[in-house]
Design a protein. Structure first.
Length: 177
């Protein structure tokens, strides 16, 4: 008698080595049967394409986020430039008599020449400058922006416009607006 695992085996001819070899062979057969069952499982190895797909999706989402953020920041920069230009024009004009469309256009052109907008914009243009009857100056700018990662898809850039306005202060006291 021999104890193997939790089983007691009776060996009729007394050969312990033979029983030990039979037990090992039985374990190998069972292990190979289990590995064949796992190998024939159709879902084996499907985690790798899932990981690659998720990484590709994350890369796509990240690049779209970077492109949208870049376009937004460049558009906001153009908007800030239009607001600064309108404010500069109203500070340059001292009296309501000076507040004419042609004078505002000249001031706006001079400001744009001095501003040096940098490389954020291509074809920065002064579209329109107007002065209302309430002495508000309106400046319209347009430019082409090149957001990061989108310049591959849109080589000419994206046309954006901005509007800035400022009111000419006609009295010396605090503002009543």
């Amino acid at each position: 008698m021999r104890r193997v695992g939790g089983l007691v085996m009776l060996i009729p001819n007394g050969s312990l080595a033979r029983a030990h070899l039979l037990t090992r062979a039985h374990i190998k057969i069972r292990a190979s049967a289990q590995s064949r069952a796992l190998a024939s499982d159709p879902e084996e190895g499907s985690i790798a394409p899932l990981i690659v797909g998720m990484l590709a999706l994350l890369l796509l989402i990240g690049s779209v986020t970077v492109a949208i953020t870049g376009a937004y920041l460049q558009t906001q920069h153009l908007q800030d430039m239009a607001d600064a230009q309108a404010s500069s024009i109203t500070r340059t004009m001292r009296t309501p008599e000076e507040a004419s469309g042609s004078a505002a256009w000249e001031y706006a052109s001079a400001y744009l020449a001095e501003a040096q907008p940098g490389q954020d914009f291509q074809a920065l243009r002064l579209e329109n400058v107007s002065v209302d009857s309430d002495h508000s100056v309106h400046v319209y700018l347009s430019a082409r922006i090149r957001p990061p990662l989108l310049s591959i898809l849109v080589p000419d850039g994206i046309e954006v416009t901005a509007h800035g306005s400022s009111r000419l202060k006609t009295n010396q006291g605090p503002s009543s607006d």
